[in-house]
Design a protein around this ligand. Sequence first.
Ligand SMILES: [Zn+2]
Length: 397
Amino acid sequence: MRHLNVLRPALLALALSSLAHAAGAPGPSSPLPVVDTHIDAPTRLLEDWRDLGVASPDREFDYASARAGGLAVAFMSIYTSADEDDAGKARQVANLQIDTVEALAARHPDKFALLRSPRDVDRLRKGGRVLLAMGMENGAPLGDDLGQVATFQARGIRYITLAHSRTNRISDSSYDPNRPWHGLSPFGEKVVAEMNRLGVMVDVSHLSDEAVLDAIRVSRVPVIASHSGFRHFTPGLERNLSDELAIAIAQKGGVVQIPFGIAFVNRKASDDLQALFVAKSALAARNAKAKAANQPLEDVDAFDAAWKAAHPIPPTSIDAVLDQFDYGIKLIGAAHIGIGSDFDGVDGNLATGLHSVADYPNLVAGLRARGHSNEQIAKIMGGNLLRVWRQVEAAAR
Ligand SMILES: [Zn+2]
């Protein structure tokens, strides 16, 4: 299922270097920098380790694929789940994931480098290195300690997705019917201010609508949605952005990074996903009750298996992803659109032609076929995200 490139490598290099030229980049030795803000490789490494410096065919991110796809900056997702938060393990897991990213760069200094500032992109890419930046998905590892923002910033975290699948100390979540904060919590507002102070980008993906608006209001600088699609195509999925929210992000100068997972771009799959999280939230509540009453708990793994069997993933073409890009470009402009693939984060349930980091050229070809200019495509493939990051860094105190 992988490596379904429609362009051969030589053509691909040509396509990317002509794009780089159009974007005013120095030339073929530093091709168009593709920036992807959401790759879940670290979670997969903790589950089942590989050396991503050598070919790892069962993974959606490794060095060879990244080079084939023209990937320059890969934001490694430092993801912790709501369950890990409940178990008091989120900070531990986040630190271990950061360790795995550091270890990968240290093991292959010729292939990878850690990226802490957008100023270093050109310098560190020399010699064909893929740059590893880090974003924290779920603010759970902060606990209730504001000082942890600086601690994780010092470890290299450059964005924080304030919440994930369940409401946490910082923010309400789009997947969670329980909305105690009606947006950000008072602590969450302090977290956003501290992130602004330290130059850490505020990521509104996964948040409830009220929380997205709160984050935009509280942040002094543009915010990002690191991996969110447009709800226009998936009306039942609050996890994707409404037009109103996307416009608000763009008006603030921010960027919406579009994911490739089928559940974000296919209506049937998105309805199933929203229903799954509502059902899981109810299951968690029933189990909490049962635990308190010393009664047997329902088996979560059995629940997941039964759900999967009853809700097969509908095959979905790259056109559904391209439709998202077209719609976003029309709605908020090419200057506010980017890529947040969710590779290694959606159990391989990706649109056809976008199966790994080797496949960005298919996206480029599709955007061209739909009439978007080289200049617009260069911004979408990475220029916009780097612009926002520079702005956030410059505004740090
Ligand atoms: Zn996510």
